[in-house]
Design a protein around this ligand. Structure first.
Ligand SMILES: [Zn+2]
Length: 311
């Protein structure tokens, strides 16, 4: 059996694991992202995580796979820019040189799509789209049996698709009207604040939204309790998610869309379940089946492990 180390560098958590080619995870460690860390301390942290999960027996490891949120340059194995962290021009090739192991870098959404296609809901499909709704929004696409990467590995920065031409909300990347600025974990508080200004009525969640910053999880907690304003935010988020997903359906003609990422995985009944009829209404192409990712929040991590055995 062959083993590799995988690392998922998300906006909130870094997950590291050792696992097999078939996607069985043997040991996993999760640590929070330090939003102020510099490049040297990030490389040192990654090195110690790799040594920890591989139990110091790196000799038996096939390679190191890294799934990273942000803009990449695969030719130089560099994370150029990551909007939810302090990472700027992080050269991951140095990690491979230090540990004398090949490093395979993928966008975290692309890695998750690879895992979904090989191990998850996409098994047996030649055309799938994976959508990850977490701290930000990312994804990956398999077209005609090929994982699409793009010229630098940034083929599916779907979170930065413009879904609001008016651009009412600014994205963390500096653009306006981008999908993730509205319905991701970092976007939902901003969407709540925007909608609070014009909501007719009075509810506890409206009061909280008007008083200051709310957290994404609170939108769903209040919605579960029947708060009309929280339900209004959830409905608008669903409509915006469906517009973006319908665009993806028209672009790639997939037979399956799987939706993962922390926000979707933890709140499937509000984020994933209502999508199908909306997407069917908005898409030109025949609609695919839309399912929650069975791999949960581990999809990018699993993808990073299996990426080391070939794409
Ligand atoms: Zn953006």
């Amino acid at each position: 059996m062959r083993y590799s180390v995988g690392i998922d560098m998300g906006g909130t958590w870094i997950r590291a694991a050792v696992g097999t080619e078939e996607g069985t995870v043997l040991k996993k460690v999760t640590v929070p992202v330090d939003p102020l860390a510099d490049n040297t301390s990030i490389i040192n942290q990654l090195e110690s995580l790799i040594l920890e999960v591989s139990c110091e027996s790196l000799g038996e490891i096939n390679g190191i796979g890294i799934a990273a949120a942000g803009k990449l340059d695969l030719k130089t194995s560099t994370i150029v820019f990551s909007p939810h962290t302090s990472i700027r021009s992080l050269p991951l090739g140095t990690l491979g040189e230090r540990l004398k192991k090949p490093v395979t870098l993928l966008n975290d959404g692309v890695a998750a799509a690879l895992a979904e296609w090989k191990l998850g809901a996409g098994k047996g499909h030649d055309n799938i789209v994976y959508v990850g709704i977490g701290t930000g929004i990312g994804g990956g696409v398999v077209v005609d049996g090929h994982l699409v990467l793009g010229k630098e590995g940034n083929a599916h920065e779907m979170g930065h698709m413009i879904i609001d031409a008016g651009g009412a909300i600014e994205c963390e990347c500096g653009g306006r009207g981008h999908w993730e600025a509205y319905t991701s974990g970092s976007g939902l508080p901003r969407l709540s604040r925007l909608l609070a200004q014009s909501f007719v009525g009075n509810t506890p969640f409206l009061q909280k939204s008007l008083r200051g910053k709310v957290e994404a999880r609170e939108v769903f907690e209040y919605a579960k309790n029947g708060d009309n304003f929280a339900l209004c935010v959830v409905r608008e988020a669903t409509r915006l998610n469906a517009i973006a997903i319908a665009n993806l359906v028209n672009l790639y003609d997939p037979s399956l869309i799987s939706v993962g990422g922390g926000v979707a995985v933890k709140n499937q009944e509000f984020v994933v379940s209502p999508l199908q009829p909306y997407v069917e209404r908005f898409s030109f192409n025949s609609p695919p089946k839309i399912v929650p990712s069975p791999l949960g929040e581990d999809a990018p991590l699993l993808g990073s492990i299996i990426s080391t055995f070939g794409l």
